[in-house]
Design a protein around this ligand. Structure first.
Ligand code: 3H9
Length: 709
C-alpha cells in the first residue's frame, strides 16, 4: 500500500484512509491505491465491510486540478483511473461505507456516490463544483447524483456548482446518516448494522428518475437560468445536457454522453482560463519577498475615517468579519447619513435573505459612530476613506500619526493618489499602506493592497492575511497613479469614448463589450460610478497629460452639463425612476456636433473593432504595469480585473486573454491602432519583446529571462 492510502482493520471492518494532504485530491496514485485496498478487502475473509474516510481536514476535494493541465497539453494520457475504481467499489460484494467530513467535492462526491452508504459529520459539505473550473463532473457524477438526490437538485448542483450542507444532503438522500461525535467510530458502527443487507448500487437506483413529465420543465428552467447567471459559459449547459442524458438513457450510455461533454469542456479555452483563475486566486496570496513566517499584526479593532459611501461600506466589511469599528466623520449630520445608509444596506440584505436579522443586529452593535479621534489610540488599524484629494488625506494622516499608538496599521482607501506622499505626512511611513476597496465595498471581492516604498513587510503581510478574514481577494500592487485596476481602466474607458466620438453608437459600444462577457459596458459603467469622479481626477492631473495627445472630449462636456450619470438621472444615458438606462437621442446629436467641431471623421465601426480597441487598450497598459513591476505577475492583473472590474472569468483576465489570442496577433493589432490613432497606442516594450520571443505574459516573471522562466 502506498503512503497515499492506508488500509487498517477494526475487527471485521476494514478502514481505508486517504492521506494526500492538503485536501486529499485524487491525484496520481490515489485511485490506484484505493483500488488495491478494495481488492485486498474482497480477498480477506476476516473482513465483512469497509469504511472509506479521509485523513486530515477533509474527505476529498476532487480530482487533482493540476493534472488537467497536463492532459490538455498532451503531457499525460487522458483519464484519471477514477471510472474503473468507482465501478469496482460499487461492485464490491462487501458493503463500503463512505465517511465524509469537510468536503466531498467533484471527484470526491463521485467517489462517495460509488459507495453503498454515505455517512457524514454535521459540518460536511458535498458538491459538484466542476462548472466553476469550466468542466463538468467526469466520473459519473451527472449520472449518479440524480439517482440519489433527484433530477431537479442534481441539475442545480451540477450546473451551478454550489455545495450543499450535510443536513440538506441527508434530506436529499445523498447521505444516509449523520454522525455526531467521532466520525470513524460512528461509520464503523453503522457498517456493522448493514452487514446482512444487500448493498445498494447507486447506478441501479432508478426510482428518482421515473418522473419524466416533470423533466422538460426542469431542464428548460435550468438552461434559462444558466444563460442568465452564467452568461457565455459552456460548462453549465453541458452539465444540464449530461444530467438530462441520465433521465433518457441507461446508466452506461449516460456515462458515455457525460464523457464526451466532459472532454469537450476540458479541451476548451474556457476551462483552461477558469483553472488559471483557480490557481491564480491562490498564487496572488504569495509575495516572493515576504516569507510565510513574517510576523502578523493582529487586527481586532479598527477605525474608519469618513462615513461616506466607501467608509460606510468598509465599516460593514469589518463588522461582517466580527471586528469592532469606530466610524468617524467630521460632523453629526454626515455621520447620521452614513449610519442610515449602513442600516438601509443591511435591511436590504435581510430582505434578500443574505443575512438574518440577528446577524445584522449583532453587526450594527459592532459599528460605533464617533466625531473625534479620542479612541483611535486603542485600535489596531485605521482605514482612511475621506474625499479623494491630497491635502485632506495628508491632514488626516498627520492627525492619525499623533493619536494612534505605535504598531497601528495606517491604511488609505485612495484609488489614485500616491501612498508615498500620503505616508510623508507621518513620521512612520513604514506603517502606511493602501487598502483600495471597490464599490460597493461590502459586496466586491477585490482588495488592492498598495505597497508604499517604506511599507514594512509586517504591515503588508498583515493586510494580505486580513483580506482573507474579510472574505476579499487581496492583491499586492505597487504605488503609481491609479495603481493597477484604475490605471488600466483609464485607457479602456478612453477608447470607449473615442469610439463614440468616431461614430459608434453608445449602445453599440456597451453591447459589444457586454457580448464579450463584461458585466456591463464601459459607458454604462461610467454612469453607474458617476462621470464626475473621472472628471475631477482629469482636472487634477491635466498637467501630466502628454501635450498634443488626443483626449476624449464628450465626457467632460456631459459633466459640464450636469450629466453625472445615474445619480443625476442622466449621463451617457437617461434614467427612469427605477434607474433603467434609456438611450438619449440628445446625447447622440451632441456627440455628432462635438465630433464635427473637433474635426473627427465619422465612420461605421464593427463590434470586433470596439472589443479590440477597448480590451487591447487594457492589455497594452497591463504590459507596462507588468514591466514596471507594479503588478508582481500577469495573473495578479487578471485576478484584479475578474474581481473588481467585471471581466469574464471564462476568459481568464485580460493578460490571459491576450496570451490566448497570441501575443504576435495582439501586437499586430496594437501596431495597427498605433498607425491609425497615434502615440497613445505605442506598443508596450514588454509586449514587443514577448511577442518576438514567442513567449506569453503568464511565463513572464520580473527579473527573469522569459525563455528560461
Ligand atoms: C473534479 O473533481 C473532476 C471530477 O469530475 C473527475 C473527472 C474525471 N486539486 O483553496 P485552498 C490546493 S475537478 C489540486 O487554499 P481552502 C490549492 O491549490 C475538481 N489542488 O484551501 C491549495 O494549494 P496551495 C473539483 C487543490 O481551505 C491547497 O490545496 N473540485 C485542489 O480555502 C489548499 O486549498 C473542486 O473544484 C484540487 N482539487 O479551500 C474543489 N483543491 O496551498 C477545488 C485544492 O499550493 N478546491 N487544492 O496554494 C476548492 O474549492 C478549495 O480548495 C477547497 C479548500 C474548498 C477544497
Amino acid at each position: 500500500m502506498s503512503d497515499l492510502v492506508q488500509l487498517t482493520k477494526n475487527q471485521d471492518v476494514a478502514i481505508i484512509t486517504i492521506n494526500n494532504p492538503p485536501v486529499n485530491a485524487l491525484g496520481p496514485g490515489v485511485p490506484e491505491a484505493i483500488s488495491q485496498a478494495i481488492t485486498e478487502i474482497i480477498q480477506d475473509e476476516g473482513v465483512k465491510a469497509a469504511v472509506l474516510i479521509g485523513a486530515g481536514r477533509t474527505f476529498v476535494a476532487g480530482a487533482d486540478i493540476k493534472e488537467f493541465g497536463k492532459i490538455t497539453s498532451g503531457q499525460k494520457a487522458r483519464g484519471t483511473g477514477l471510472l474503473p475504481l468507482l465501478r469496482q467499489i460499487e461492485d464490491c460484494p462487501k458493503p463500503v461505507v463512505i465517511a465524509i467530513h469537510g468536503m466531498a467535492f467533484g471527484g470526491g462526491l463521485e467517489l462517495a456516490m460509488s459507495g453503498h452508504y454515505r455517512v457524514g459529520a454535521p459540518g460536511a459539505q458535498v458538491g459538484q463544483p466542476e462548472v466553476k473550473l469550466g468542466i463538468i463532473p467526469g466520473a459519473g457524477g451527472t449520472q449518479r447524483l440524480p439517482r440519489l438526490a433527484g433530477v431537479a437538485k442534481a441539475v442545480e448542483m451540477c450546473a451551478q456548482g454550489n455545495p450543499v450542507p450535510a443536513r440538506e444532503a441527508l434530506e436529499l438522500g445523498i447521505l444516509d446518516r449523520m454522525i455526531d461525535g467521532d466520525l470513524l467510530a460512528g461509520a464503523i458502527a453503522f457498517a456493522r448494522t448493514v452487514l446482512e443487507k444487500p448493498a445498494p448500487k447507486t447506478r441501479e437506483r432508478n426510482e428518482k428518475l421515473r418522473i419524466p413529465e416533470q423533466h422538460a420543465a426542469i431542464f428548460t428552467a435550468a438552461r434559462g437560468l444558466a444563460r442568465q447567471k452564467q452568461r457565455g459559459m459552456m460548462a453549465p449547459l453541458a452539465a444540464i445536457d449530461a444530467v438530462e442524458a441520465a433521465t433518457r438513457l441507461p446508466f452506461d450510455e449516460g456515462c458515455e454522453v457525460e464523457k464526451k461533454l466532459f472532454n469537450d469542456c476540458l479541451f476548451s479555452d474556457q476551462s483552461k482560463a477558469l483553472m488559471h483563475v483557480f490557481f491564480g486566486e491562490r498564487e496572488v496570496a504569495k509575495v516572493p519577498d515576504i516569507p510565510k513566517e513574517t510576523p502578523i499584526i493582529p487586527v481586532n479593532s479598527v477605525g474608519v475615517v469618513g462615513a461616506g459611501t466607501m467608509g460606510g461600506g468598509i465599516a460593514m466589511v469589518f463588522a461582517n468579519a466580527g471586528i469592532p469599528v469606530l466610524l468617524k466623520d467630521a460632523d453629526q449630520p454626515a455621520l447620521d447619513r452614513g449610519m442610515e445608509v449602513i442600516r438601509k444596506n443591511y435591511a436590504s440584505s435581510v430582505k434578500r435573505g443574505r443575512f438574518t436579522q440577528q446577524f445584522v443586529d449583532e453587526r450594527l452593535q459592532l459599528i460605533k459612530p464617533v466625531l473625534s479621534y479620542d479612541d483611535f489610540g486603542n485600535v489596531d488599524m485605521v482605514v482612511e476613506a475621506v474625499f479623494e484629494g491630497m491635502p485632506l488625506k495628508k491632514e488626516v494622516f498627520g492627525q492619525l500619526d499623533r493619536v494612534c499608538r505605535p504598531g497601528t496599521i495606517l491604511a488609505s482607501n485612495t484609488s489614485t493618489l500616491s501612498i508615498d506622499e500620503i505616508a510623508s505626512a507621518t513620521v512612520r511611513p513604514e506603517a502606511v499602506i493602501g487598502t483600495h476597496f471597490f464599490s460597493p465595498a461590502n459586496l466586491m471581492r477585490l482588495l488592492e493592497i498598495v505597497r508604499g516604498k517604506a511599507s514594512s513587510k509586517e504591515v503588508i503581510a498583515s493586510c494580505m492575511q486580513l483580506s482573507k478574514k474579510l472574505s476579499k481577494v487581496g492583491v499586492l500592487v505597487g504605488n503609481c497613479r491609479g495603481f493597477v485596476g484604475n490605471r488600466m481602466f483609464g485607457p479602456y474607458r478612453r477608447e470607449a469614448q473615442f469610439l463614440v466620438e468616431e461614430g459608434a453608437n453608445i449602445e453599440a459600444v456597451d453591447q459589444a463589450l457586454y457580448d464579450f462577457g463584461m458585466a456591463m459596458g464601459p459607458l454604462a459603467t461610467g454612469d453607474l460610478a458617476g462621470l464626475d469622479v473621472g472628471w475631477r481626477i482629469r482636472k487634477e492631473y491635466r498637467h501630466l497629460e502628454k501635450p498634443g495627445a488626443r483626449q476624449p472630449l464628450a465626457e467632460d462636456r456631459l459633466c459640464e452639463m450636469g450629466r453625472y450619470g445615474q445619480k443625476t438621472g442622466a449621463g451617457w444615458y437617461k434614467y427612469d425612476e427605477n434607474r433603467r438606462a434609456i438611450p438619449d437621442p440628445e446625447v447622440a446629436d451632441l456627440l455628432r456636433k462635438w465630433a464635427t467641431e473637433a474635426g473627427i471623421p465619422q465612420r461605421k465601426i464593427s463590434p470586433q473593432e470596439i472589443v479590440d480597441r477597448c480590451i487591447l487598450a487594457l492589455v497594452n497598459e497591463g504590459a507596462r504595469i507588468l514591466e514596471e513591476g507594479i503588478a508582481l505577475r500577469a495573473v495578479d492583473i487578471d485576478i484584479i480585473y475578474l474581481n473588481g472590474y467585471g471581466f469574464p472569468a471564462y476568459r481568464g483576465g485580460p493578460m490571459w486573454y491576450a496570451d490566448t489570442v497570441g501575443l504576435n496577433r495582439v501586437l499586430d493589432r496594437i501596431s495597427e491602432f498605433h498607425r491609425q490613432h497615434g502615440e497613445l497606442w505605442e506598443p508596450a516594450t514588454l509586449l514587443k519583446r514577448l511577442a518576438q520571443e514567442g513567449a506569453t505574459f503568464a511565463e513572464f516573471h520580473q527579473g527573469q529571462d522569459v525563455t528560461a522562466a
